[in-house]
Design a protein. Structure first.
Lengths: 115, 768, 141
């Protein structure tokens, strides 16, 4: 499964970067969301994917019964998801504000406005 | 001792408050500090005489081997006493000179900070602390030169001084680090007491060049001398204190300090002699050919600095004796003369000596003090300057190499100096009355006490040279030399070669002075044409060059096309990653389908389809919707592969993301086709390349495991140490709680950012 | 932004309390089962967002009772407050402390700095998202 997901993540990255390179500012935002999803999946995939063994300890024991999924990357990704949301909200509002001030959604035209 | 060094900084903080209390007597009030420090340093003399040196230790950054140790020996005490002693009178003087100035408090803050930095510089034992204080003096000097910040010329000069000294400071830092590597210690006392032959070390040449680059710029040696006369844009007390008596001598101090360790190499002594002699002659010539009284004094300071450097280069015991005597003599008379110059400027309204004359009637006290100081400058008995100059001649005559040429240079310089002394003492005060902008009258008491005390000290030292010698000079000479020295200072040596040379230079100098008015215009013409090829012209060319290069590279790199920045970033990042992967690991394309269930295939296809659709569609709504589909697909992946917490979080966040996009993005215009086909294919190529690199990175990462996973610690201890069975949550709120704390702070910053952007807009709309 | 469909109004009124209770449940059980401050905060936020879509920003402000900004700062203060016991005991920052309060009967109430910290996270996440959403909606109106 990991090798299959490696290709999927690759495609996600390509799509994200292509969108981020577009001149329309809305596409940049969508690229940003794609990128954070791709990055989260990347961490998830390289840490190994385990079926049906969540990192929970059964009641009454101090150790897992068998092999369980790695909890550390999951904690990392959980914070990453929430942070990405905060950053996204900031970026979206910033972009809307820029659009209102500059009056264009074309990144290339924004370069002339930093007066 | 720590308090003594830092007290200047502490008092500086209190200055604005003190200024309100003491009003116009602020100068007198503040002078208590350096005065008491003078007493304190003087009280250390007996201990230093008994032990040779004192080491007072404070740990600062013990982990980095940086200490706040203070090394007190003869040399540092001489400097400390000069700083505190002259500083006392300078502060009193400044109170009168700048009376009623609107930034008076700011001025004293800077002066006291400078004084404290200077103490730190001359007393530090650690090379790193020494360097920190060194830079602090450069910075305070910059602020003081530019004190009249509304004056364009002052700002330019301040910046010039800063650039030159700080550029030298960078070289010095490299040199000090090399020195520490060579000697294996950052402590000056250890470096000085080790008997390692540093001049045989492979780094010796590099270290000496770097250190000298620093000291030469600071002490205004040719070809870096040009910043010092420009620094005269500063108020006169600053020139008297920083740019004659103390800061410019920091470079001299460091050379003297390191002389016992580095002085054995030929490079050291020859470089010092060569540059010192050149500086001495240039300074003396330029001093004689200038007309502004402060410029005259500034150039004669350069001459003195050159002389001191040269004497260190000669390096014999006699030369070092001359070095210490000349150092003290110069600080005394030059401080006094600068204060006189300030008084003249203050009372007559001009700095130009050509318009001054006959002032002795209006300013009799000033005239007497000026003559006394000028006698010392010219090296005439019975002042201390005479003793210093006799020693100078004597040591040059006995110099092991280059004796003849050095002596001739010295005679020329001394001759010019006699002329200079006449310019500052005879020209303004005697002869016909000049036509000055203000009607001259005697300077106030606060401006006279400083130069008076300094000149009288020079006279006393000259009459009874035994006094300073026994007190401190001998110890100081010993610490420059690296071993104790027997000296015998006397005013009268009998008729000998040095005396003959003095008489010759005096006679020639008097002749020069007599013909000064005739010489003036040809000299000015020569200087003007020389200035076009001088080092200062080079400085301006260099600065212009930097500006041009900066403009050019900004145009190339910062062209404002954001998409291009991103393209370059992506291409470089993934290019380098791909290259490293290729060379370090090799390409390994595997696709193992056997271990996947069909519904997992379904999810993979869903993800790919959603990503492709959202990046190719022309519909905004379609793009956002497929983004949502992709997010839910990711959530599904998390849930299927044992990450319930992630799954739930992803689902919730995805919902909120879509809501957010709906709230905001639909205010923006529809997608349009903005790029040309070429741009699109170019971007597509880069994006596909990046995607391939990422796939390869993941496959490579799956192949190898370099370290044991640290997760096992969390799994084992989650229940026993943290009493929790959801290990992900335990990591978040217990094991790595600090990270989480940081994260919620980031979140709140994002919220505040959003809030302020929205509120800002509301305010804009309220405006008409 | 305010919708006038009866179904959404009714649904929001019924679902919101359930969601809020569920979010508290998730928060409290988070240490042992899936859940925790992040997830609880997100669930609570979506409850209020649903309410906001049904009844508008002003009504949501009213039902929240406090400004979302205050909620945010309260969350940060809670999280910081959880460091105090360790500070007083001279331990490294954020070292966990546990207390058991006896309740009537044979049960104990387990309290810990970890729980306080998680409540802080809950409030901070809720406050952040509500700051985003309410202010954005108000700027639309």
């Amino acid at each position: 499964m990991e090798s299959l997901m490696a290709y999927v993540v690759g495609i996600l990255f390509a799509a994200a970067i292509y969108m981020m390179l577009r001149r329309s500012i809305v596409k940049l935002v969508i690229g940003l969301i794609l990128l954070s999803n791709a990055a989260n999946l990347l961490i998830f995939v390289v840490s190994g994917m385990t079926r049906g063994a969540p990192p929970l300890l059964p009641e009454g024991t101090n150790a897992p019964l068998g092999a369980i999924a790695d909890p550390l990357p999951q904690a990392l990704i959980l914070t990453a998801i929430v942070i990405a949301f905060g950053v996204l909200a900031f970026a979206v509002v910033l972009i809307r504000r820029a659009y209102e001030v500059v009056g264009t959604d074309d990144l290339d035209q924004m370069k002339d406005t930093d007066t | 001792m720590l308090l003594a060094v830092l007290s200047g900084f502490l008092l500086a903080m209190a200055v604005p408050a003190l200024h309100r209390i003491t009003g116009k007597y602020i100068g007198w009030a503040l002078a208590f500090l350096p005065a008491s420090l003078t007493v304190y340093f003087a009280s250390l003399i007996p201990a230093v005489q008994a032990n040779g040196s004192l080491l007072i230790e404070y740990a600062w950054l013990p982990g980095l081997d940086i200490t706040l140790n203070f090394l007190v020996d003869g040399l540092s005490l001489v400097f400390a006493l000069l700083i505190s002693g002259i500083g006392t009178f300078i502060l009193i003087y400044s109170g009168s000179y700048l009376a009623g100035h609107k930034y008076l408090a700011r001025f004293f803050v800077l002066m006291l900070s400078f004084m404290a930095s200077m103490f730190g510089l001359v007393l530090s034992d650690n090379l790193v602390t020494l360097f920190v204080f060194w830079e602090l003096t450069s910075i305070t000097s910059y602020l003081l030169i530019g004190f009249n910040h509304e004056d364009m010329e002052a700002r330019k000069s301040a910046l010039q001084g800063l650039f030159v000294t700080v550029a030298g400071g960078l070289a010095l830092m490299a040199g000090l680090i090399l020195l520490a590597i060579m000697s294996g210690s950052y402590s000056l006392s250890e470096i000085l007491s080790s008997d390692m032959a540093l001049h045989e070390h492979a780094f010796y040449t590099a270290a000496v060049i770097c250190i000298l680059a620093g000291t030469f710029t600071k002490s205004a040696q040719v070809p870096f001398h040009f910043w010092l006369p420009n620094a005269m844009a500063a108020p006169t007390p600053v020139s008297a204190f920083l740019h004659s008596a103390t800061m410019v001598k920091a470079g001299i101090y460091l050379m003297a300090r390191l002389n016992p360790s580095l002085g054995q190499g030929e490079l050291w002594s020859q470089a010092l002699m060569l540059f010192g002699a050149a500086t001495m002659l240039t300074g003396a010539y330029l001093a004689f050919s200038s007309t502004g009284i402060k410029k005259v004094l500034a150039y004669s300071t350069i001459m003195a600095l050159g002389t001191l450097t040269m004497l260190l280069g000669v390096g014999t015991e006699l030369a070092l004796t001359a070095f210490v005597c000349f150092l003290v003599a110069h600080s005394l008379y030059k401080g006094a003369l600068f204060m006189i110059a300030g008084a003249l400027d203050h009372e007559t309204g001009t700095k130009d000596i050509t318009v001054m004359g006959g002032l002795r009637k209006a300013m009799p006290v000033t005239a007497v003090i000026a003559c006394l100081a000028a006698l010392s400058l010219a090296g005439l008995p019975p002042l201390f300057g005479f003793i210093a100059k006799e020693l100078l001649f004597e040591s040059l005559l006995e110099s092991p190499i280059w004796s003849a040429s050095l002596t001739i240079t010295m005679v020329l310089a001394a001759m010019l100096l006699v002329g200079v002394a006449g310019l500052v003492a005879i020209k303004p005060f005697f002869g016909q009355s000049g036509n000055t902008p203000k009607k001259p009258h005697e300077a106030p008491f606060g401006m006279l006490i400083g130069p008076a005390v300094l000149s009288v000290t020079a006279l006393v030292f000259g009459l009874v040279p035994f006094l300073p010698e026994a007190a401190l000079l001998q110890t100081a000479i010993g610490s420059v030399n690296g071993a104790a020295v027997e000296t015998k200072l006397a005013l009268w040596h009998g008729v000998n070669k040095p005396l003959m040379l003095s008489v010759i230079s005096l006679l020639l100098g008097s002749g020069l002075l007599a013909s000064w008015n005739r010489l003036r215009s040809p000299l000015a013409a020569i200087n003007a044409s020389a200035a076009r090829f001088g080092p200062e012209a080079g400085y301006f060319k260099f600065m212009d060059g930097i500006t041009i290069i900066a403009a050019w590279q900004t145009r190339i790199l910062q062209n404002g096309v954001l998409g291009l920045y991103l393209l370059i970033l992506v291409a470089v990042t993934f290019g380098l990653t791909g290259y490293t992967l290729l060379t370090q690991h090799g390409i390994n394309l595997t696709l193992d389908l056997a271990d996947s269930h069909f519904y997992e295939w379904g999810i993979a296809l869903l993800l790919v389809a959603a990503a492709t659709f959202s990046s190719t569609t022309h519909s905004r709504l379609g793009s956002v919707a497929s983004m949502g589909v992709l997010g839910f697909g990711v959530a599904l992946t998390f849930i299927l592969f044992s990450a319930p917490d992630l799954g739930i979080t992803q689902l919730l966040v995805e919902t909120l993301t879509v809501i957010l996009l709906v709230l905001v993005l639909f205010k923006l215009p529809e997608f349009g086709n903005l790029s040309s086909p070429f741009e699109r294919y170019r971007d597509l190529a880069v994006a596909i390349f990046a995607g391939i690199v990422m796939t390869l990175v993941i496959l490579a990462a799956l192949d190898v495991q370099y370290f044991e996973s640290i997760s096992s610690y969390y799994i084992e201890n989650s229940a026993t140490l943290a009493y929790g069975r959801n290990i992900v949550n335990v990591i978040l709120v217990d094991f790595r709680a600090l990270d989480t704390l940081g994260e919620i702070f980031v979140l709140s910053l994002a919220a505040l950012g959003v809030l302020s952007m929205i509120k800002l807009k509301a305010e804009d709309q309220h405006k008409p | 932004m305010k919708t006038n469909t009866l179904i959404l109004h009714t649904a929001a009124l019924f679902i919101m309390p359930l969601q809020l209770m569920f979010s508290l449940f998730l928060l409290l059980r988070g240490h042992d089962e899936p859940g925790g401050g992040f997830i609880g905060g997100l669930v609570a936020a979506s409850a209020f967002v649903l309410y906001a879509f049904a009844f508008g920003a002003t009504a949501t402000r009213h039902i929240l009772r406090v400004d979302p900004r205050d909620l945010l700062s309260a969350g940060l203060l809670f999280a910081l407050a959880s460091t105090i016991p360790a500070f007083l005991a001279g331990q490294p920052m954020l070292t966990a402390h546990w207390w058991e309060l006896p309740l009537p009967g044979d049960t104990y109430l387990k309290l810990s700095t970890v729980l306080i910290f998680d409540i802080g996270v809950y409030a901070a996440v809720l406050g952040t998202i509500m700051t985003f959403v309410i202010n954005l909606m108000e700027s639309e109106e």
